[in-house]
Structure formats: structure tokens, C-alpha cells
Design a protein around this ligand. Structure first.
Ligand code: ZN
Ligand code: ZN
Ligand code: ZN
Ligand code: ZN
Ligand code: ZN
Length: 339
């Protein structure tokens, strides 16, 4: 998500300064409103608005005290910047309010947050990025052969074999059952695939699609009469994802599988994808997969991002699939006669 576009306003603080002080001769003994010294009669003094000053120095100090204070260094200043309700006396002080880019290490006013304490400046976020962690790529990037590349860190332990996927999925299903009582006994076929395969299977043309849940009800016929249906369950996930991201995607797809069993009538994409993202988010939070929840919280997509936030707010404190189902059914009642 873009940070709110930054703008700074050069303040016309010069308006306050100088206050006009006019010189008078005192008629009777007065007190300096700045230093408190007595001003004897006939001595010259300065007057500004309703205040009296024994000297130009006192008047100048008073005038300076009316100037805004820098929120960083505490200096009073005439011309400076204001941003988000704070005052900055100089560019150097203003820059302390910028976040440091985790890639180029410059402090920049705008960019995207890609993880806890991970900020990418608007320049670095345009660089070719790792298909797994979104960090800009360097010369050590690994080309996955389908238009994607991953960074060295992700390549080191990326999920790249079918057996690895199978064992991760088995563990994950158990974890979802233990943590959230979310389980199905569907015989799901897992497929670790390239982007081209995923694109072919998916009806969304999203470049950013990472996984897919496929359900098919195949009706078998016997002498032209339907006799029973054999349901087909598949989960496809892109190869080359770092394990944390893989688990985040897998939790999303397993949530679709659970929905197919429990709330198959829900066809509003925002609810379907929002709930799947919510499950993945809740799982990632518990497992401390740091950067996964951030992706969802920052996602501006109207289906995935807005859907996630809508479902998260709807679920409140509910933490089991049993409660989630009740809430989903209340929001989207099943049509009469449906399971
Ligand atoms: Zn004085
Ligand atoms: Zn300052
Ligand atoms: Zn940068
Ligand atoms: Zn990476
Ligand atoms: Zn989905």
C-alpha cells in the first residue's frame, strides 16, 4: 500500500516575525515583560502589542519565543516544514521522520511496507522483485524459468519438490485442525506447479496468483442415469516460494477446501477470498510468519484486501472453525434445502 502521499508545506512563519516594536520613552517606572527588569522613567523602551521590553535583545527573544518549535531538535525557527501535524526546522530534521528503506537504506518519504519494520522506498519498489518475498532482486537471483525470479535467500530453502509439498500440506492440515478445529477428510491432490500451469487453470488472470483450490463434482452415469458423484479436490501452489509464504498460501487454499464442505453456497468472491485470507492471516499470526499477515493487511485489492478486512472485523474474537461457520451462515444464510 502506498503511504499517504507525502507533501510538505513551506510555512510562512515569517509572518510572525518581526513583530513590530516601537520605541517610546517611559513616563513612569515600568517592568520589562521579558526579563522582569525595571524600566526607569524617561528611559527608552520598546512596545509591541500590550507588552513592554527594556531592550531590543529582550524584544527579539520574546519574538523568537512565538515562533514554532521544531519537533525534532527543539529549535525555534522561521521557515521550515510541517508534515502530519509536526514541525521541522530543516530538511535534515524532516528526514528523521522518514522511514529507512530496507533495500537502499535511504530515508524516503514514500514507499510500501512489506513486513514488520520492512519498508521499501518508492524507487526500490519499482525494481524487479523476488516472486516469493517481494524484495528487489540482485545478481544472485534465481530464474524459475516461467517469468519469475527469486532472491538468493528464498532460493536457499524454497519449496521445490512435490514430496516437500506433500509433507508440508500434511503438517499444515494437522495444524489447522489443532489450532482452529478446521478439518475436512477430503482426499486432496496436491500439485506443485509453475506459473504457466497455474495461469492455465485459474480463471483469474492475476499475475500475482500464488495458489489455487479446484473442486469438481463428476457425476458418473450408469445406463444414462446418474448414480453417484465423485468429487475431485486439488490444491495447486507455485513452486519456488519460501516455506513461510508457501504455508500462508496453503492455509488460504485449505480454507477454500473447508468452505466447500461447510458453506458451499457462499459465492460472493469477497466473502470467499476474504475468509480464505482471514484463515491464512490467523494461522500466520499464530505461527509468527512475520511477513505473511502484513501482505494481507496492506493488500489494496477490492476482493482479497477489502474482503479480508471485512471478514476479520466480522469474526472479532472468534477463534475456531465452529464459530466461524456460525458467523458466516448468519451473514450469508444457506438457501432453503441446501446443505
Ligand atoms: Zn528586558
Ligand atoms: Zn530541527
Ligand atoms: Zn530504497
Ligand atoms: Zn525472496
Ligand atoms: Zn482464494
Amino acid at each position: 500500500m502506498m503511504l499517504k502521499r507525502f507533501f510538505c508545506l513551506l510555512l510562512a512563519f515569517a509572518l510572525f516575525f518581526p513583530l513590530c516594536g516601537r520605541v517610546f520613552a517611559a513616563r513612569n517606572v515600568m517592568t520589562c515583560d521579558w526579563c522582569g527588569k525595571k524600566i526607569s522613567s524617561n528611559a527608552s523602551f520598546l512596545r509591541s502589542e500590550d507588552k513592554n521590553f527594556c531592550s531590543e535583545k529582550c524584544f527579539n527573544q520574546y519574538a523568537e519565543s512565538l515562533l514554532p518549535v521544531c519537533d525534532v531538535c527543539g529549535r525555534h525557527f522561521k521557515e521550515g516544514f510541517t508534515s502530519d501535524g509536526k514541525n521541522y526546522c530543516s530538511k535534515a530534521c524532516l528526514e528523521t521522520s522518514f522511514r529507512e528503506c530496507c533495500h537502499c537504506h535511504r530515508r524516503e518519504p514514500s514507499g510500501v511496507i512489506i513486513g514488520e519494520n520492512l519498508f521499501l522506498c518508492s524507487y526500490c519498489k519499482e525494481l524487479p522483485a523476488c516472486a516469493s518475498c517481494q524484495m528487489p532482486l540482485d545478481k544472485f537471483a534465481k530464474d524459475l524459468g516461467d517469468g519469475r525470479s527469486i532472491c538468493r535467500d528464498c532460493a536457499r530453502d524454497a519449496v521445490s519438490s512435490q514430496s516437500e509439498m506433500d509433507s508440508l500440506m500434511k503438517t499444515l492440515r494437522q495444524e489447522l485442525a489443532d489450532k482452529f478445529k478446521m478439518r475436512t477428510d477430503h482426499d486432496i491432490k496436491y500439485e506443485l506447479c509453475s506459473r504457466n500451469t497455474l495461469k492455465k487453470e485459474s480463471d483469474r488472470d492475476g499475475e500475482r496468483e500464488l495458489g489455487l483450490f479446484v473442486f469438481n463434482r463428476n457425476t458418473l452415469t450408469f445406463f444414462n442415469r446418474p448414480i453417484r458423484s465423485k468429487d475431485e479436490f486439488r490444491i495447486l501452489i507455485l513452486n519456488g516460494l519460501a516455506p513461510d509464504f508457501f504455508r500462508g498460501v496453503a492455509a488460504h487454499e485449505l480454507a477454500h477446501d473447508w468452505m466447500q464442505e461447510n458453506v458451499p453456497h457462499i459465492d460472493d468472491p469477497q466473502m470467499r477470498e476474504g475468509f480464505a485470507e482471514f484463515v491464512s492471516w490467523a494461522y500466520a499470526k499464530e505461527e509468527k510468519l512475520d511477513r505473511v499477515p502484513w501482505r494481507m493487511e496492506q493488500n489494496t485489492d477490492p476482493v482479497y484486501g477489502d474482503g479480508f478486512r471485512k471478514v476479520r472485523d466480522m469474526m472479532g474474537e472468534a477463534r475456531t472453525a465452529y464459530e466461524w461457520k456460525k458467523i458466516l451462515l448468519k451473514a450469508c444464510p444457506a438457501p432453503a434445502g441446501a446443505k
